[in-house]
Design a binder for this molecule. Sequence first.
Ligand SMILES: [Zn+2]
Length: 296
Amino acid sequence: MEVKNNEMAIFETHAHLDFFYDEENQDVLKRLMDDCEKSGISRLVIPPISFESNLRIAHMVNEYNKNNEEVKLYQAVGLHPREAINVMYNKNKMEQLQKMCASEQVVAVKTGLDFCKTKLQQHQRQNQITWFKENVKMASCLNKPLILHIREAWNEFKVVWEEVTEELGRENLPTTVIHCFNSRDYEETIELEKGGISYFGIGGKIFTDPILRETVRHLEIENIVLETDSPYLNPEQYVTPKYIDDFMAEISSKLKNPNTPLSLVIIAEEIARIKEMEVEEVIKFTSKNAEKLFKV
Ligand SMILES: [Zn+2]
């Protein structure tokens, strides 16, 4: 699929491109972005996986955008919930996040709740919840949208989200996307929409998760954005380019056959199939949604 004009360009709302970035060897990222352009992917949001990665991503995005025009990278800033479990809330760190967040290339705040697998102690849960609330407040304060990562924490999320809504006032809630969306059923999705969640990030799980497929069938296209969460969640059908595999081997990454934003093409096609729409329509709507969400 060759896509040229902006209206028909795919918007990747969640890709950890810093996994493919090496300051000494920027050719791999450049090559991947050239391939994105050829596949009609023209804008990408890069969220952090750790506090440190905020700085790394800031540098990468700045460097890339300075030297390239065809594809544009944006940054999201925040403290990842998995990291937040072991970090006591402190003003100093929060101020550092706020400072980073004020940059023009930052289009969103990323936060969430993640109680996946490990058994968390009470204080660890509390750390996560405190950081979550403070990140939401930061997004509201700086008028940036919110990318939410929710894993095995739906019940807690509902409670905490209600508290935040009350505290901020509903009209001050940031525009919000739930990334890598996988609710337990469609009813829950409706509840989330009522709670002020506007967008749902849909990616490679669309091929394997029957509940998600059913949810996407019901969801309005106006509420869907596309994402891969690369290098994670590689759809089985997707073949990783050899230069990416080689690069991962070179940096001794444990990730085999990593996902890249290039798999968005087959993800968009699958959504089109499920929703009985033209793939061009899926791309047009989801990109418009992402523009509205990130105000770009
Ligand atoms: Zn992610």
